[in-house]
Design a protein around this ligand. Structure first.
Ligand code: HEC
Ligand code: CU
Length: 375
């Protein structure tokens, strides 16, 4: 029994990536061990639809001509029963539909049942960012800067190639959906309940791009590492900057990933780590150049005096910032709405809060010093 199931599933778990029309429909080849089955199901259904369309329309056109009304010739009576014909048009479509079901169901179970071994990480969604936390508490160390297609920078998460990766996902606020088009998989990320996402990519192609860092950089040990990038999007409308909620999964060879995981934590100074955290988690609501977004700008925030909605004045120091991050509704800055900023308790640890404070004190945020902060 198990054996015959294996035969059925391996016959139906075919790869349709070389079929005509595949690249036109998908633009790109799928890249996760389970992903080709999703393309296969789609291509199979597409082909069945095209063939049925031609058969049905062709027969219709033929019968319209053949049985058209001819003056002087009375209409023939329609036969009302033909067992052979009726059995045929029931059995053939049933076989085709069952095949569609098996192809789809096999792909679905492959996607949902994680493979063991490999690594595990947490994925935290918030308005409007994705944060991956690796097993040792590390987050990303790279960022894709904004450009003409990208309104805000997005985090780059290194992941090992040819290794099962399991993500335990939770949302800090509303429902989001973690979508990696290259993996053909999209799973909701909910508040108050964990959902799971897993993937394993294939080997990195010979002619992949390679990482290049400046000679003096702590990352130069990773120079020449080949990588493949996969975009991550949010597929569940979650507010203003839903469309900017991106990230990149950068797949690198296993040994390089292990090096990165072991060495990345202390490579950059605190203000650089803080800047990266801002780019990942805060930039959608807080600018550093004085422009207003959902939240107040951080330009010159350190040491400034801000007025709260209840009229009290607060001098901005470490404790105020820490409270604003962990318990945002404790004090609300005048002119801004409560309940907008998600709490980062459980997302950012003490080290990361200290890194953010170091960034707020750094020249990038405090200059030009002559100007006093606008509220
Ligand atoms: C979804 C939008 C949003 C995100 C994301 C967000 N904030 Fe906020 N933040 C706000 C709003 C709105 C306020 C003003 C209301 C209040 O005080 O809670 C605010 C206020 C603050 C304040 C007080 C500012 C002042 O001028 O007194 C600090 C500090 C702060 N946020 C830090 C952060 C940090 C650090 C992050 C990222 C880890 C972050 N916020 C992410 C919306 C956001
Ligand atoms: Cu979202």
């Amino acid at each position: 029994m198990a054996n015959s199931m294996n035969i059925i599933s391996s016959t139906l778990g075919f790869d349709a990536s070389t079929w005509p029309l595949h690249d036109m429909v998908f633009g790109d080849r799928a890249n996760a061990t389970y992903a080709h089955s999703s393309d296969a199901a789609f291509m199979f259904i597409l082909y069945v639809s095209i063939i049925s369309f031609i058969l049905v329309m062709g027969a219709t056109a033929y019968f319209v001509v053949k049985y058209r009304r001819v003056p002087g010739k009375p209409a023939e009576l329609s036969p009302h029963h033909n067992s052979r014909l009726e059995v045929t048009w029931t059995v053939i479509p049933t076989i085709v539909f069952v095949a569609m079901f098996i192809v789809g169901f096999k792909g679905y179970t492959d996607m949902l049942v994680p493979k063991q071994g490999g690594i595990e990480a947490d994925l935290i969604a918030a308005k409007w960012s994705w944060t991956v936390k690796y097993s040792n508490g590390m987050s990303n160390t790279a960022v894709m800067p904004s450009n003409k297609f990208l309104a805000q920078p997005v985090p780059v998460y290194y992941m090992p190639a040819e290794t099962p990766v399991r993500l335990k996902m939770i949302s800090k606020d509303v429902m989001h959906s973690f979508w990696v088009p290259d993996f053909r998989l999209k799973i909701d990320v909910l508040p108050n309940r964990y959902t799971k996402f897993w993937f394993e990519t294939g080997s990195i192609p010979e002619k992949a791009d390679t990482l290049q860092f400046d000679a003096g950089s702590p990352w130069s040990a990773m120079n020449g590492t080949p990588y493949v990038d996969h975009w991550v999007f949010c597929a569940e409308y979650c507010g203003d900057l839903h469309s900017e909620m991106g990230a990149i999964i950068r797949v690198i060879p296993k040994d390089k990933f292990q090096w990165w995981l072991a060495n990345a934590g202390s490579a950059d100074p605190p203000d650089i780590r803080g800047e990266r955290l801002w780019q990942n988690n805060c930039i959608s609501c807080h600018s550093i150049d004085g422009s207003l977004k959902t939240g107040p700008s951080w330009k010159n925030i350190w040491g400034a005096t801000h007025t709260m909605t209840d009229g009290s004045k607060v001098v901005i120091d470490e404790n105020y910032i820490r409270e604003a991050i962990l318990n945002p509704n404790a004090k609300i800055v005048a002119g801004f709405a409560a309940g907008q900023m998600p709490s980062f308790a459980g997302v950012l640890n003490e080290q990361q809060i200290a890194d953010l404070i170091a960034f707020m004190k750094s020249p990038k945020v405090t200059e030009p010093a002559a100007e006093k902060p606008a509220q």
